[in-house]
Write a protein that binds this ligand. Structure first.
Ligand code: ADP
Ligand code: MG
Ligand code: MG
Length: 874
């Protein structure tokens, strides 16, 4: 078996065998770039090393020595030659780039004899002894495991003796003394002399690379990044070139384009008269790559040419390492460069215009997850900030405001135009009004799918959740973090993309869809088959959604309209009613509010479909909770306020009568509409009055009335009759003709199983995958998140959180079944998804695969979904 490849034999596509570094070095040789010659010991040799019980087999040894032999011939130099020695570097390189693997060893092949040869052929004693001591230090650290600081201490002792402070002030003789001390240190630490035989040095180094595949750092990195342990690492042995030979030598790193902005301009740093790690070590300040043009114009020109060649060859931005030896350029590494979202977008679009890649490739180059960061307000990256704690990055974006602990107060101050950050242990549906008016939410408990996180993401507001470093004292209205006390009214900022909590105000920058991003999304629109809608409850959300390219509203929740301060009392009056007549009177008062809301949304989405869901949550969510009422009642009793007391007492009675053991599975959704048809009738009237009014103004509206939580066809049949009757009455009254649809949420397993029956009464289905996931798994989302889901994920019982990434095998199978049997009954049945999964790339892909018509997600996720839908098609 072939375990060793010369650089001349490899290719870029042999990455899994040669590792990324080795494959790309070979590729550069292949296209004629100046690369110091060398060979790669394969990843299979590494695996073999472990199979043989941590031993390099004779077969592999033989191949290594044969490759070395050829390398020596090519260079006309021999490893360890006392006259003119060949020196090599030993570099690790796995198929997937992995920090935590072994560090590079430079100058291998030096010993007490060959160092003299190096000194005489270069006519530079100081350089030769400096190289030797660097080698002992790197080898001693990386292969023999001696701490770096122990070597540095030796240099310091010599410097002190000479009374100098800089390495550059040390002479050849000083370095010889350092070498003597280094060798003593090695003997002390390992009990053995520093290996003088270069072949032994080489094998020890190769073995150390193999061993580093299983060091703790590498193992942890692989576990976190889901990289298989079975890949192994390759080892590259490469002829040394020297950037530290004098003022016409140097070394540097560069990106062919700016990795943070994407600007088409070589970006990087270099140092003259320096070797390898000096650039990143931070001992000397490197110079901007542009200056190389002044220092060495010809080399610069050649370098710029190489950058261009590499980009054209790889058709992607490259991250390059190079060295200049006596005015001659050598390439030491190239790879596709890491970049920010902004740069990814710009580079992809620019490269299409340059004719380097196709539009389809450009679409595939940008990760939908990554662009999320471009769609929110964020902290000016140039700002200096004081981070006081870190929680979960629960909802991206950034916000600043005064700390407020009480949602009512948050709402009140928000209404006055003040900026507040709502700080809670956890949030509940009762806090929504406060969240709406806050700049962001900070909670000390709860995870990525906690109430606060879900609600904030839906609203496009920043949230940092589960920040357990902050200890909230609701009585004193302050929180502690370490020794710091933050009081109500103090200014803080949160960054929901990183989870940072920052003291004080910070400068923000607005999200702008750059021209390039708009262009890329335009290309995505040409490609994708899935249409993209938004979940929006207010005219303002609707406008944002439209700006981001939403093609309709897939879910407008009416209950949020019930929560507003000026409406809640009327809603409560409606709930408190004992008779249908009383209830209808209260509903009559609510109607104008609802109508106004619907007018706003339908107008903002003029010409596009809007799905409006009738009331869904259990009624008790609109009433105060029992404990609060009991306290209030006690206070009122003490004060002797009888009128108020009676009111509160009857409210408490109602709250108690509405109590359910499991409200999520209780009287809610269409069950409400069936028991209290007058509630749904009012909502339908409001929808159609709004629609008629706009139609009369000459606007085109497309309302779609949606019935939630249907599990049996009879439920939908009854509700459909109610909607049709009520709509017909309004249309007749108003004398308007209007097309509309009636459909249902599919969010109960039974609805999926009997979708054929339900489809008879539906013009559309919309998968409510939040509830469908809860009911399919039998998980209550909030409880799962608080109690056992994190454990499930840690233990890999579940690979992904099913509330974030759609569960294809379970929930997904039910969806597939529903689509199939629904369309068997109605072949043009429109089917979409409106759960949070509608904005998550892998879930969007699944929706594409099972033939949905659209996905609907939060307005800020619309561009993500457009991109993901296009990628699903490609
Ligand atoms: P990393 O993966 O940490 O970047 P490398 O194997 O790329 O490690 O080595 C780091 C640096 O060492 C290179 O950027 C280069 O400057 C220097 N280096 C490695 N091999 C050689 C060589 N053959 N000649 C000169 N310098 C080298
Ligand atoms: Mg490198
Ligand atoms: Mg639901």
């Amino acid at each position: 078996k072939k375990f060793v490849y010369s650089f001349k034999e490899g290719k870029a596509d042999m990455r899994s065998l040669l590792g990324g570094k080795g494959a790309n070095l070979a590729e550069m040789v292949h296209i004629g770039l100046p690369v110091p010659m060398g060979f790669t010991v394969t990843t299979e040799a590494c695996l073999n090393y472990y199979e043989e019980g941590e031993k390099i087999s004779d077969e592999i040894l033989e191949q290594i020595f044969k490759a070395l032999d050829e390398l020596e011939k090519e260079n006309g130099k021999k490893l360890g030659d006392p006259q003119n020695p060949l020196l090599v570097s030993v570099r690790s390189g796995a198929a997937i780039s992995m920090p935590g693997m072994m560090d590079t060893i430079l100058n291998l092949g030096l010993n007490d004899e060959s160092v003299k040869g190096l000194a005489s052929v270069t006519a530079n004693e100081r350089f030769a002894y400096d190289s030797y001591r660097r080698f002992i230090q790197m080898f001693g650290n990386v292969v023999l495991g001696i701490e770096h600081d122990k070597f540095e201490a030796k240099i310091d002792s010599v410097k002190a003796k000479r009374n100098v402070t800089q390495d550059t002030e040390l002479t050849a003789a000083d370095w010889q003394e350092v070498i003597k001390l280094y060798k003593e240190l090695v003997k002390e630490e390992t009990g053995k002399d520093f290996p003088q035989d270069p072949k032994e040095q080489l094998l020890m180094a190769v073995e150390a690379v193999f061993k580093s595949w299983n060091n703790q750092r590498a193992k942890v990195y692989r576990r976190i990044n889901k990289i298989p342990d079975t890949l192994g690492t390759a080892v590259n042995v490469q002829t040394m070139v020297f950037g530290n030979k004098g003022d016409d030598s140097g070394t540097g790193v560069a990106f062919t384009r700016n990795p943070s902005t994407g600007e088409k301009k070589v970006y990087g740093e270099f140092l003259m008269n320096a070797q390898g790690e000096d650039v990143v070590a931070g001992i000397r300040t490197p110079k901007n790559i542009a200056e190389l043009e002044n220092v060495m114009p010809e080399v610069y020109e050649q370098f710029a040419g190489v950058c261009k060649l590499l980009e054209n060859h790889y058709r992607d931005m490259q991250d390059i390492e190079f060295t200049i030896e006596n005015g001659k350029l050598f390439m030491l590494q190239t790879r596709n460069g890491k970049r920010t979202a902004q740069a990814a977008v710009k580079i992809a679009v620019d490269m299409v215009k340059e004719g380097l890649i196709t539009k389809e490739e450009a679409i595939l180059r940008v990760s939908p997850d990554q662009v999320v960061s471009l769609l929110h307000r964020r902290i000016d990256p140039a700002a200096k900030v004081e981070v006081i704690a870190k929680g979960l990055p629960a909802s991206p974006g950034a916000g600043s405001g005064h700390v407020i602990f009480d949602p009512d107060e948050a709402e009140e101050l928000g209404n006055q135009g003040q900026k507040v950050i709502l700080v809670r242990t956890e949030t509940t549906p009762d806090d929504i009004h406060g969240i709406v008016m806050a700049q962001g939410v900070l909670t000390s408990r709860g995870g990525m799918t906690s109430h606060a996180a879900v609600v904030a993401r839906g609203m496009g507001k920043p949230a940092v959740c589960g920040c357990d470093a902050i200890k909230i004292d609701p009585e004193k209205e302050e929180f502690q973090v370490g020794n710091l006390t933050v009081k109500k009214g103090d200014m803080i900022s949160i960054d929901g993309a990183t989870g940072q909590v920052i003291l004080g105000d910070v400068p923000m920058i607005d999200p702008v869809l750059s021209d390039e991003f708009k262009e890329l999304l335009g290309w995505a629109d040409e490609v994708r088959r899935l249409s993209v809608r938004a979940n929006a409850d207010t005219p303002n959300d609707a406008r944002v959604a439209r700006e981001f390219g939403a093609e309709g509203i897939g879910l407008c929740r009416t209950e949020h309209m019930f929560m507003a301060v000026d409406r809640l009392p009327v809603v409560q009056e409606m709930i408190m009613s004992d008779t249908k007549e009383e209830r209808e009177k209260a509903l009559e008062k609510l109607l104008p509010f609802q109508q106004e809301d619907f007018e706003g949304i339908l107008e903002a989405m003029e010409g596009l479909p809007v799905t409006i869901r009738l009331l869904d949550p259990p009624l008790h969510e609109f009433l105060p909770n029992a404990e609060e009422l009991i306290t209030e009642i006690a206070e009122l009793k003490a004060a002797g306020n009888t009128d108020e007391l009676e009111k509160k007492q009857s409210m408490l009675k109602k709250v108690r009568s509405l109590h359910e053991f499991n409200p999520m599975l209780g009287l809610r959704g269409c069950r409400l509409g069936i028991l209290y048809p007058e509630i749904y009738a009012m909502q339908v009237r409001a929808i159609f009055k709004a629609a008629c009014k706009l139609t009369k103004r000459g606007l085109k509206v497309e309302p779609e009335v949606e019935i939630p939580l249907v599990g049996h066809e009879n439920e939908l049949k009854i509700m459909r009759d109610l909607v049709e009757e009520t709509a017909a009455a309004v249309l007749k009254e108003e004398g308007v003709k209007l097309d509309y649809k009636i459909g249902t949420m599919i969010e109960i397993p039974r609805a999926c199983v009997t979708a054929g029956e339900i489809a008879k009464h539906a013009d559309f289905f919309s998968f409510g995958t939040n509830d469908l996931t809860q009911t399919t798994f039998g998980f209550s989302r909030d409880d799962a998140e608080a109690k056992f889901l994190p454990h499930y994920i840690n233990e890999k019982i579940l690979i992904d959180d099913p509330f974030i990434v759609l569960d294809r095998n379970g929930v997904g199978s039910l969806m597939k079944m529903a689509v199939k049997s629904g369309r068997e009954v109605k072949n043009d049945l429109m089917v979409g998804i409106c759960g949070e999964h509608g904005g998550e790339p892998s879930s969007v892909e699944f929706c594409h695969m099972i033939g949905l018509n659209y996905v609907s997600c939060s307005p800020y996720r619309v561009p993500v979904a457009r991109l993901a839908a296009a990628q699903a098609q490609l």
